[in-house]
Design a protein around this ligand. Sequence first.
Ligand SMILES: C[S@@+](CC[C@H](N)C(=O)[O-])C[C@H]1O[C@@H](n2cnc3c(N)ncnc32)[C@H](O)[C@@H]1O
Length: 330
Amino acid sequence: MIDYQAFINHISQTRLSSWVEPLESQLKQLWPSLNDGNLPRLLAEIDQLPDLKAENIALNDVIDIRGSAGNQINILNQCLENLKPWRKGPFNFFDTYVDSEWRCDLKWQRVCPYISNLTGRHVLDVGSGNGYYGWRMKAAGAATVAGIDPSWLSVVQHLAVNHYIKDPTHCVLPFTLESLTPNLEIFDTVFSMGVLYHRRSPLEHLFELRGALRPGGELVLETIVIEGDAGESLVPIGRYARMNNVWFLPTAATLAQWLEKMGFENIRIADQCVTTDAEQRATTWKPGQSLNDYLDPTDQSKTIEGHPAPIRAILIAEKPINQRLKRYHL
Ligand SMILES: C[S@@+](CC[C@H](N)C(=O)[O-])C[C@H]1O[C@@H](n2cnc3c(N)ncnc32)[C@H](O)[C@@H]1O
């Protein structure tokens, strides 16, 4: 069991207080039904983490926790090793630099210029991973960051980071978006980055994201797209870049149409960018295969299966203040 009481106490003092009851009830139901053999091992690592004082915390490109680990450094390093693979980061724990597979700072640099100022905003980060982006959101002034991610490794990695940062306003909850209380309508900004292509029903995903937003709130959507015109999308048969859980890869223009269909307005295609090994690569903290093994070695514009190589698009959209769109019955 993970103790989310500090986060619940925080939101109970805010406009998110209507979420307290459903959240408490969801967590209460979750713990007895858990059947993940790996979780006790992961949580044992958090119990082993040494109690070190973070003397200086900088939430910049590197989530940097500084201080002296003294003779506890080996215990700290062993816990961090046991929480591998670190896909998202980078982090620095005292003197240990966790060079994650993804340079998430590069995506944040692409997203940042286009989003509304996060100062004072309550944010939902869907598919938050270990909360790397949530720290960048906090540094940008967010009042609350609720990450949700069904990966226990991500949830526990966040616990390891917050063991030292000790911020009750940022959590990673072990939920999918589909299992979150529907139509909360409380968040000022909702991020969904790297999740839509994993959903069999992408329109349903957009609908659920819209339900979490307050009227007038902002959606930040990032996903893999293909080149092409409005109306086109790829449903890769078999694997895509070795992933067996990729469903819809629209063009950016198609995605904008989907957003309109699902009742968003002021839709903007902010950025499109080919993923390179400057951003995704194997490291000692995530050994094994990475982007270069997923692409055709003779033609980097194709995946190993012959599909178009990943391009990642960022779209920004708003939930209308007057949100009833009768023509779509949403
Ligand atoms: C490709 S990673 C993206 C992580 C991060 N948002 C980023 O942009 O780097 C996708 C994440 O979404 C999570 N995820 C998958 N399905 C989800 C769902 N239905 N609801 C919420 N998160 C989901 C996965 O566990 C994984 O951590």
